[in-house]
Write a protein that binds this ligand. Sequence first.
Ligand code: SF4
Length: 219
Amino acid sequence: MSDLKRPVLTPPNGEKKVLLHSCCAPCSGEVMEAMTASGIDYTIFFYNPNIHPEKEYLLRKDENIRFAEKEGVPFVDADYDKDNWFARAKGMEWAPERGIRCTMCFDMRFERTALYAHEHGFPVMTSSLGISRWKDMNQINGCGARAVAPYAGLDYWDFNWRKGGGANRMIEISKREEFYQQEYCGCVYSLRDTNRHRREVGRPQIEIGKLYYRPDDAS
Ligand code: SF4
């Protein structure tokens, strides 16, 4: 591993109990190990109705369950209410990544996470979404703050999981664990747009379920 000397992380208000919204195993692996190293008592909350098709959704979810079980971390499997996601995405089908559709997508996932945190006594929630370099941290943090606003006593932890070598360790853990490697953000529109870009640059179309991280992968 590139840096095993981890600083001790302290969630907001010195709390030690956190609900971690996880988007997938590769993004949450480093977040999980960082929280474990700091003695934080956390639970994974998997709510990602954006992921399409269902085969891809199940691949991502099952990889996350596999790693959570290995690490002995509680895993909450929330509903795949994709019809609600499509209803909220109506009219945003052609918005670019990092645009209004993504704000809606983060809002929806975080609203559900915040409700669960409120109902189950978690004082802090956070997300693995921001560790990806493809994502806009400010956009994610804005959605997190909005999600917790209705609940007194619930904070969104906007820690930057990329920093201090986190982004590199995310890849290292993914290779070590040989996680499934998704090749697009998640929704049907990101699949469409990624494939369109691949066509433009002469790359093959995405084959769902094909690519896994391997320990000897370059980079
Ligand atoms: S591109 Fe990603 S974040 Fe944006 S709407 Fe699609 S799945 Fe959600």
